[in-house]
Design a protein around this ligand. Structure first.
Ligand SMILES: Cc1cc2nc3c(=O)[nH]c(=O)nc-3n(C[C@H](O)[C@H](O)[C@H](O)COP(=O)(O)O)c2cc1C
Ligand code: SF4
Length: 518
């Protein structure tokens, strides 16, 4: 009997030896005369356990991790093809608490299916949203997305359905759907995991968006540092074309949608939607003035839907199970789920999809298991490099767009980067300014020049030079950047800087609570 094994081909798993493990298993199976079929799946998101391999047994899938090539002979000797006991045995995959307690809507299939098999996708509920959408008018699709409460997952949390309605109602024979897969935020990897682990859900979501607004061409703008995602996604586009889910006659409906992948230019600012459009048009990634909104004059001057990977990937389930099903998850105006990404100094780093409303503390301790170093967690940056640094006193804040805004933070793309009590927050404030100086597109003065001056002022503070006066100057500069910058790179860099000053003043040499480790 052929035994099916799952060895992830996700970049995180590959980085810790999944390819070598797959080869060792294939070699050992041949030696032992065992018939096996190895599926290269996406990662389950328990990244500290990668390479996490699974064996399909009559009792369900059994997980082993972290597996090294040297473990393979012992695994065969222990009868792991039948779920045998071994030091690396984790038990039934779905029973692992980190996974069992999640609410996976967007990531429902990641790690479960063969990422580039359209049939496997269909067998696990795929394409149902698209089939439903084909029977609806554009306005009805838009209405379903509005009713679901889905907001953009790339950072700004703008309601996706409202954006789609603008594109739908803008006259024009040519419209575009563009997916922002630049994923530049620190500590984030959910876009990559979708593209490597369940690319069809993104293809399906973009196709539904195209049907809604009347677009026939779409582009995915992919972070240049994601070669594995590029390979998997290109294969998925080809398979979807082949099977009739993309092309000139989607599932015999007479509707057309073509999708192409474009590799990004490797700059953080190219994730900003208008700079991304410039880059897609073959120009240098510079931010455009708004208005006009991209929904009215976007790619090549045409009405364009721009959404993040996770936004599009959340659409199929809405069209499949209904807007209410999705909206029943979450709290307040933050409906549905968000795939949070735990990174930095955290014991159990990985992906946790939960409904909005879970607190930061629950994520950090119930899922993350505390810091990797075993030391107290002192600060957490949520929402990428422009997010505020949050102190322990704010860890009970529920992850909700409004609750985070109320404490000066942002949920953004759901990245959570953890620091223990050895962190120097003045150094982190300097890093935020330096990041802005390096990544600035240069179009406006507060960002281009302000960030460089900001680094210098922080250096003076750290050296003890006219400390009080320089801190005042730094706060003034933050105010100018906040109000005078054209886009959120310059406009939000003050958030990490000011939060470091507000919550960790002792690190700048001014009186405050002495929380930092000696
Ligand atoms: C400096 C900067 C970088 C950004 N980087 C990204 C990114 O990497 N990925 C992304 O989806 N959105 C990014 N955004 C947000 C986009 O401008 C835009 O709001 C988003 O793509 C819209 O999709 P959504 O509504 O689905 O979130 C960035 C914004 C700024 C200001
Ligand atoms: S804030 Fe910075 S990145 Fe944004 S437009 Fe101005 S110079 Fe460019």
């Amino acid at each position: 009997m052929t035994v099916t094994l799952y060895v992830p081909r996700d970049a995180a798993a590959l980085s810790v030896g999944a390819e070598e493990v797959a080869q060792a298993i294939t070699h050992a199976a041949a030696t032992h005369g065992e018939q096996i079929s190895v599926v290269r799946n996406g990662s389950r998101g328990l990244l500290w356990l990668e390479p996490l391999i699974e064996v399909a047994t009559p009792a369900g899938r059994i997980a082993y991790g972290s597996v090294a090539p040297e473990d393979v002979p012992g695994l065969f000797a222990a009868g792991f093809l039948r779920g045998g006991a071994h030091a690396r045995l984790l038990g039934p995959t779905e029973e692992i608490p980190y996974l069992k307690r999640q609410e996976r809507l967007t990531f429902a299939r990641v790690g479960i299916t063969d990422p580039i098999s359209t049939a496997d996708y269909e067998a696990h509920g795929g394409w149902r949203g698209l089939r439903n959408a084909l029977a609806l008018s554009g306005a009805d699709i838009v209405e379903a997305v509005i009713q679901s409460g889905l907001r953009g997952r790339g950072g700004a949390a703008f309601p996706a359905g409202i954006k789609w309605r603008t594109v739908l109602n803008t006259t024009g024979t040519i419209k575009y759907v563009v997916c922002n897969a630049d994923e530049g935020d620190s500590g984030t990897f959910s876009d990559r995991m979708i593209m490597e682990g369940d690319p069809f859900v993104l293809i399906e979501g973009m196709t539904i968006s195209a049907l809604a607004v009347g677009a026939e061409q779409g582009y995915v703008y992919l972070r240049s540092e994601y070669p594995d995602a590029e390979r998997v996604f290109e294969a998925a586009i080809a398979a979807a074309h082949q099977a009739g889910y993309l092309g000139d006659d989607i599932l015999g409906s007479g509707r057309t949608f073509h999708l192409e992948l474009r590799r990004g230019a490797g700059a953080y600012i190219c994730g900003e939607e208008t700079a991304m459009l410039e880059s897609l048009e073959g120009k240098r990634g510079m931010v455009r003035f708004k208005p006009p909104l991209p929904a009215i004059e976007g790619l090549f001057g045409k009405p364009t839907v721009i959404n993040n990977v996770i936004t599009f990937a959340s659409v199929p389930i809405i069209l499949d199970k209904g807007a209410k099903y999705y909206a029943d998850y979450g709290m307040g105006r933050s409906r549905g789920t968000l795939p949070f990404q735990l990174a930095g100094n955290i014991k159990h780093g990985g992906l946790v999809e939960k409904a909005f409303g879970i607190t930061l503390r629950e994520l950090l301790y119930d899922y993350g298991g505390g810091s990797a170093s075993g030391r107290p967690i002192r600060a957490v940056q949520v929402g990428g490099p422009l997010g505020a640094y949050l102190p322990e006193s704010q860890f009970d804040t529920p992850l909700d767009y409004e609750a985070f805004a109320a404490i000066g933070g942002m949920v953004g793309h759901g990245g959570v980067v953890v620091f223990d009590d050895t962190v120097d927050m003045a150094q982190m404030a300097r890093y935020a300014m330096e990041f802005c100086a390096i990544e600035s597109c240069g179009k406006c003065t507060p960002c281009r020049i302000g960030s460089t001056r900001g680094v210098e002022v922080i250096d003076r503070v750290r050296q003890g030079e006219r400390r009080e006066a320089n801190i005042e100057l730094l706060r003034d500069l933050c105010e100018t950047m906040l109000h005078g910058s054209l886009c959120a790179l310059g406009g939000m860099t003050p958030f990490p800087v000011r939060s470091a000053l507000d919550h960790f003043p002792e690190d700048f040499g001014v009186p405050g609570k002495a929380a930092k480790a000696a």
